[in-house]
Design a protein around this ligand. Structure first.
Ligand SMILES: [Zn+2]
Length: 488
């Protein structure tokens, strides 16, 4: 008989992500009820405890995504070639308007499943397509039907935040779900501050303050929100320790100082910033300001829905910029400032900090049991595991997520989600895609997916007719061209 109350991961490399980032080799993690009961080598466990072999694998905390527009997962991959410009047109003016409550639900449900499957156990659903409370209810119902932890960040891009937040029905909805229920771990308010000198968003901040809700905002987005937005928030006293600044890319040092001084955190969505144009992924700057960082995927309409991609691209973008800045000064970086360990921290503890959840983000006694085992015996990249942080950040993939536990319950086992009706999730999505496609018409649908391509300037190549077969000729011509170049 197994004891439904307890399970133990046996003999893994345990990344505790505790304050000092303790790593334990060949260690166990015991879960009793919804919490972590013990971490260590050769643990004694209650009779009937379910045993999960973690040998050769890595046991780590469930990952936390602090900004994902889950509703948009219904159109996965559609915007692969977009910039922010196309995104704004299609989501604010076209697709976004068309989403019915059931379409928001279909996107949310699939996004929740794909998160769980990749070991992301907590997601902030940055739900800015809530045109009505019916849409919001559909979003919440979809999340409640799936295990995991979700925070609904309530937003509505079809109206000003000062408008929708003044609606008594919205306010009642926020109050109802403020303290959470089931897999819904509470609500936030999600809106952007444009920098309009009249600062109309002030009213929405006041609603958040009245209701005791955190605000998450796209800050430092090139052409949309910037330093003026930060100044207005600062002057209004709306920059709080629980405020999450998404992207925070196109900002000056002054804005970073204000964020650091008021204790907020930044949600970096590197895949998004690299491709859409919010600004350069900011970790290379914000780490000099000591601002806490969490990671996010933003939207599956373009990018991946797993945090392995986020960790990888964030390391790459940070290091790339560090080298680039040094080379401009004729210098060489010999030691990287950002380590794999740091991005694993941002994907776990960093997210917990951003959400004010001291009970998540690490494997320590008394914390909530959100646990991920990476182990894939069939994978050629599963061994050797020498640098476990490096393994997580650069080697691991979604398919290596062997077991996922949320709040003490196994939701993925032996590489497969448990008790999930993927066929019905697929049918819901197909219905939504069919509906949106029909509403827009084939021409608009196709034009939206394949925006016009910008022309690439072709440079004149001075070596076009060089005879590479003959060394002497080539060398002579190189000399000739060099002279020409020097003479302009
Ligand atoms: Zn976003």
């Amino acid at each position: 008989m197994t004891n439904p109350e307890s399970l133990v991961f046996r003999g893994g490399t345990v990344l505790t992500m505790d304050k000092t980032h303790t790593i334990l080799d060949g260690a166990d993690v015991l879960v009793v009820g919804d919490s972590i009961a013990a971490v260590g080598v050769g643990l004694d466990v209650p009779p009937g405890t379910r045993e999960i072999d973690a040998g050769g694998g890595i046991v780590m905390p469930g990952m936390i995504d602090t900004h994902r527009h889950m509703w948009q997962t219904a159109m996965r991959g559609y915007g692969a070639d977009w910039t922010l410009t196309q995104y704004f047109v299609w989501y604010y003016l076209e697709h976004g308007r068309k989403f019915r409550p059931q379409d928001v639900a279909a996107g949310n449900r699939l996004a929740a499943l794909e998160s769980l499957e990749s070991g992301v156990t907590t997601v902030v659903d940055w739900s800015h397509g809530l045109q009505s409370v019916d849409h919001a209810q559909a979003a919440v119902d979809a999340l409640l039907a799936v295990p995991g932890r979700y925070v609904l960040a309530y937003g509505n891009i079809q109206a000003g935040p000062w408008e929708w937040s003044a609606d008594p029905a919205v306010r009642a909805f926020l109050e109802r779900y403020r303290d959470g229920e089931g897999s819904l771990n509470g609500v936030q308010m999600a809106f952007d501050v444009t920098g309009d000198p009249a600062f109309p968003e002030k009213a929405a901040f006041e609603v958040a303050r009245d209701l005791g809700l955190s605000v998450t905002t796209h800050a430092g987005v090139w052409g949309a929100t910037g330093d003026d937005s930060i100044r207005q928030m600062y002057d209004g006293g709306f920059m709080q320790p629980d405020t999450v600044y998404v992207h925070a890319a196109s900002l000056s040092a002054d804005s970073y100082h204000r964020i650091a001084a008021t204790g907020g955190s930044i949600s970096v969505a590197t895949e998004s910033e690299q491709s859409a144009g919010q600004g350069y992924p900011p970790t290379w700057q914000v780490r000099r300001h000591g601002i806490p960082v969490s990671l996010s995927m933003d939207t599956s309409v373009w990018w991946s829905g797993d945090l392995f991609s986020a960790m990888r691209t964030t390391l790459g973008a940070d290091r790339s910029r560090e080298h680039f800045e040094a080379h401009l000064k004729g210098e060489t970086i010999t030691h990287a400032a950002l380590r794999a360990e740091h991005v694993v921290e941002w994907a776990t503890r960093g997210g917990a900090h951003a959400l004010g959840r001291d009970d998540l983000g690490s494997l320590e006694v008394g914390k909530k049991a959100d646990v991920v085992l990476l182990r894939n015996d069939d994978s050629t990249v599963s061994f050797p595991v020498l640098n476990p942080y490096g393994h997580v950040a650069f080697q691991a993939q979604r398919a290596d997520v062997h077991t996922v536990v949320v709040n003490g319950s196994v939701v993925k086992s032996d590489g497969k989600l448990v008790g999930v009706d993927l066929a019905s999730a697929r049918r819901e999505i197909e219905d939504t895609v069919g509906y949106l496609r029909g509403e827009l018409g084939e021409q608009a649908w196709s034009a939206g997916m394949y925006p016009d391509q910008a022309a690439t300037e072709r440079l004149e190549n001075p070596y076009q007719y060089t005879d590479f077969k003959s060394d002497t000729t080539t060398r002579a011509r190189e000399e000739e061209f060099r002279e020409q170049l020097e003479q302009g």
